[in-house]
Design a binder for this molecule. Structure first.
Ligand code: NAP
Length: 201
């Protein structure tokens, strides 16, 4: 399959891209400043341009764009909306625009995160983004045309980030990278749709 991976040069991508290539897939990595194709999830025009450049792909995986940390006492709805721009609206846009460009039966695999289900200080935006993505995927799975599928992987802290972010989230057990990569592979190569895959270790 020909698969475009937005954010494929990042922490999760560095594991997922070789795994997909070793299974014979033709992978195109996209990012703002990394990979073979330029795209910024915060820009609907850039997403449209990416699809025109890569053609009718069989799969789209999104593992770019984080939610930012926030401070609830000073949080505003405008800041919340800005926080949602790339990770929520950008991933929604990948599907909404992608349904007109991708091949019949193509799959979309999005990425959310554990804060949809588990409250933590400083991640109101992260929780709202991920909860919204879970709801979006349920509706999109019903409505996508031409046999297209959509799923979302919701990781906890991932194994390769444990050293960097572990202190920020004490007591959070990381999900092993092999297990996480296995979830993405199942979404791309399987037949499921409308799935919220909770990779909580
Ligand atoms: N790491 C974790 O522990 C963890 C846990 C739960 C959820 N997640 C979620 O998993 C996803 C991937 O995480 P990660 O740790 O692999 O991220 P990462 O290491 O920071 O890599 C992110 C990748 O996405 C690209 N990117 C960033 N912003 C983008 C944008 N606006 N448009 C297009 N590409 C963009 C970056 O390349 P450029 O700079 O070239 O654009 C980079 O290749 C994120 O949504 C993150 O919130 C991660």
């Amino acid at each position: 399959m020909r698969i475009v991976i937005v954010g494929g040069a990042g922490t999760i991508g560095r594991r997922l891209v070789p795994a997909l290539r070793s299974r014979g897939h033709d992978v195109v990595v996209a990012g703002r400043a990394s990979g073979e194709v330029r795209v910024d999830l915060a820009s609907p025009a850039a997403i449209e341009a990416m699809y025109r450049e890569v053609g009718a792909v069989d799969g789209v995986v999104s593992i770019g764009a984080h939610g930012a940390l926030d401070e609830f006492a000073t949080l505003t709805s405008a800041a919340l909306a800005e926080n949602m721009r790339a990770k929520f609206f950008g991933q929604a846009e990948l599907v909404l625009t992608g349904q007109r460009h991708c091949a019949d039966g193509a799959s979309f695999t999005l990425t959310s995160g554990i804060f949809a289900d588990q409250a933590w200080p400083g991640v109101t935006g992260g929780g709202v983004i991920s909860g919204a993505l879970h709801s979006f995927v349920l509706s999109a799975a019903l409505e996508l045309p031409r046999g297209m599928r959509v799923n979302v992987v919701s990781p906890t802290l991932v194994g390769d980030s444990a050293e960097t972010f572990g202190e920020r989230f004490p007591g959070m057990r990381p999900v092993p990278m092999d297990e996480l990569v296995g979830h993405y592979l199942s979404c791309v190569e399987g037949e499921s749709t409308g799935g919220v895959i909770r990779a909580y270790g």
